[in-house]
Write a protein that binds this ligand. Structure first.
Ligand code: N01
Length: 550
């Protein structure tokens, strides 16, 4: 089947890209989605306690005032079902479903140079082709299940949080082991503990967390959201992280210890990722960061009653927010429950999974932890994983898997050299996971759409970045990360450190979303500086399936 554009994925990114290419440019577009319905991340992540850490008034599209004002969220942080309902509302409003094919797992995409088309093949053997190929596959969609010896012999059931069964999991009367204490594990543990007979949390790296302070939105707050479109959008688009809250202008050490304490206490009581915005230099000055880190560690020790457990939870080895900072509902409090225990894997690493549970061996000797269910909250093969899961072959049959052996190489996280007309929404090298995703997605979709519109208007056949532009961007991405404390958490998934054998390269762009967006706009304004556009072969190109509406 032939299209002008194929979009892979029907989460936020795929939906908006479909709307933009089809309804603004008049292209014939097909969206191919692996899941059985809309949602992307939110289709798969239905684990207990799952909730978006971005506030509901900012975790939505802002490209249309009408769309923004028509939707009402029920809580401060939306749960997956509400986000799926929102995406369904978007799809109905713009009649998007008719161009989305669900249950369609893209296995390979090959650039056919002669025809200047991307040839896409699904696992089921269906074939599609298009001039433009846009990946909207998400950054955190390739589940990472560690290769732990013995898993195949485990007699109980096991689940990864990112592939949670839609029918749910009943923990009543079960002994549950949860591996992982990232944002997901920190959300899941308190909810699992409510019904499980016993929950054992296996912690490899202790983590900071700040209360989310989730609550229903009052009628007044709902009204404020409806009437604040301009303000919310302007803020989200002007901050470094795409959230609709401002970051303090003040440095932490400019405040007296008493003032700082009061600032942190207020932020802790208010809850949310805003804690990170209490002082402007928390992610650039170690001394500043230490003040926030010490505050959170003191809170952990104050909440958790058992001193050994408190020590393990507060023994955090990286600066605050140098790994993605979780927010929680009663995470540390959960360890005061009689049916919850913590295993510190730094002291007692997992030796193997046995048919009956998990065996650790370390300071406490050999210990068997009998389990009925293991929950892997072990994260994702982030950013590159979802792209490399597709066998992508570019010009001359070059392979993305080969090209990225030493780490991802992109220009702006939007394109790769040698892969003409392939765009990656929130790809590695773009702000992506360091932001409130819908805002980063909108910026990418709009940039890609404007680019395609312009190329079609001028009869340009292909666009791809120059190798030098890719190299320079890669260096800039590393440089931006090096200027922050994110660089100090070498074991974070931002570096790919959570996946055995993955190259250690800092993947997202840490220079800030607003700065990045300006940079992308300037590059376009300067005639797509750093990109190679091939106009000569325009005449040879296959006739576009639809005429551009530009
Ligand atoms: O995954 P993670 P996540 N043995 O990689 C541990 C987003 N998110 O799913 O730190 C033992 O952060 C690992 O230990 P360590 C958000 O961007 C968004 O929690 O590598 N443990 C860690 O504790 C987030 O950052 C929302 O030493 C092992 C945990 O598993 C991203 O998803 C909500 C292990 C993995 O933590 C990923 O979060 C939730 C092993 N072999 C999440 N392998 C929203 O609000 C890994 N671990 C949208």
């Amino acid at each position: 089947m032939e299209f002008d554009a194929i979009v892979i994925g029907a989460g936020f990114a795929g939906l908006y890209q479909l709307h933009a290419l089809r309804d603004r440019l008049g292209l014939r577009v097909r969206v191919l989605e692996r899941g059985g319905d809309l949602g992307g991340t939110w289709y798969w992540n239905r684990y207990p306690g799952a909730r978006c850490d971005s506030e509901s008034h900012a975790y939505r599209f802002m490209f249309s005032r009408e769309l923004f004002e028509e939707w009402e969220s029920s809580e401060r942080y939306p749960a997956p079902a509400e986000i799926r309902a929102y995406l369904d509302f978007v799809a109905r409003k713009f009649d998007l479903r008719r161009d989305i094919q669900f249950g369609t797992h893209v296995a390979a995409a090959r650039y056919d140079e002669g025809a200047n088309r991307w040839r896409v093949e699904t696992e089921a053997g269906e074939r599609f082709s298009a001039v433009w190929l846009i990946t909207a596959v998400g950054c955190l969609s390739a589940a990472n299940v560690p290769d732990t010896p013995g898993l195949a012999d485990f007699k109980g059931r096991w689940y990864h949080t990112g592939k949670w069964p839609h029918h749910g999991v009943d923990f009543h009367g079960r002994r549950v082991g949860q591996i992982g204490t990232g944002s997901t594990g920190i959300q899941a543990a308190p909810v699992i503990a409510e019904t499980a007979l016993h929950l054992t949390v296996f912690q490899r790296t202790a983590n900071y967390s700040v209360p989310a302070c989730n609550r229903p939105l009052t009628p007044e707050l709902r009204q404020w959201v409806k009437s604040s479109f301009e303000e919310i959008r302007a803020t989200a688009r002007s901050t470094i992280n795409g959230h609709a809250f401002r970051i303090s202008e003040r440095n932490a050490l400019e405040a007296s210890p008493e003032e700082r304490q009061a600032v942190y206490e207020r932020a802790w009581a208010a809850g949310g990722l805003q804690f990170r915005a209490t002082f402007r230099d928390l992610l650039t000055s170690r001394a500043a960061n230490d003040t926030a880190a010490e505050f959170v560690k003191a809170r952990i020790r104050a909440i958790v009653k058992d001193p050994v457990t408190a020590d393990s939870l507060a023994d955090i080895d990286h600066p605050y927010a140098a790994k993605r900072p979780p927010i929680d509902t009663n995470y540390f409090e959960t360890f005061n429950r009689p049916n919850v225990s913590l295993v510190n894997l730094r002291k007692d690493p997992i030796e193997r999974i046995t048919p009956a549970g998990i065996r650790t061996q370390g300071s406490a000797g050999v210990r068997e932890h009998p389990l009925d269910i293991i929950v892997f909250a072990t994260g994702f093969d982030a950013l590159t994983g979802p792209l490399l899961a597709i066998d992508i072959l570019g010009r001359g049959g070059r392979s993305l898997r080969e090209d990225w052996k030493a780490g991802p190489q992109t220009y702006l996280g939007l394109q790769m050299a040698g892969y003409p007309n392939l765009f990656t929404i929130t790809g590695p090298g773009s702000p992506s996971v360091l932001t409130n995703m819908p805002v980063a997605i909108e910026q990418h979709v709009e940039w890609i759409t404007d680019c395609i519109a312009l190329l079609r208007k001028h009869g340009v056949h292909t666009i791809e970045p120059a190798e030098e532009a890719v190299t320079a961007w890669g260096e800039h991405v590393q440089e931006c990360a090096r200027a922050t404390l994110l660089w100090d958490a070498k074991h974070s998934w931002y570096f790919g450190a959570n996946v055995v054998g993955k190259p250690r390269v800092f993947m997202p762009y840490a220079g800030g979303l607003a700065r990045y967006a300006r940079h992308c706009a300037n590059i376009a304004a300067r005639g797509y500086e750093g990109f190679i556009m091939d106009r000569r072969r325009a005449a040879e190109a296959a006739t576009p399936v639809a005429q551009a509406g530009v």
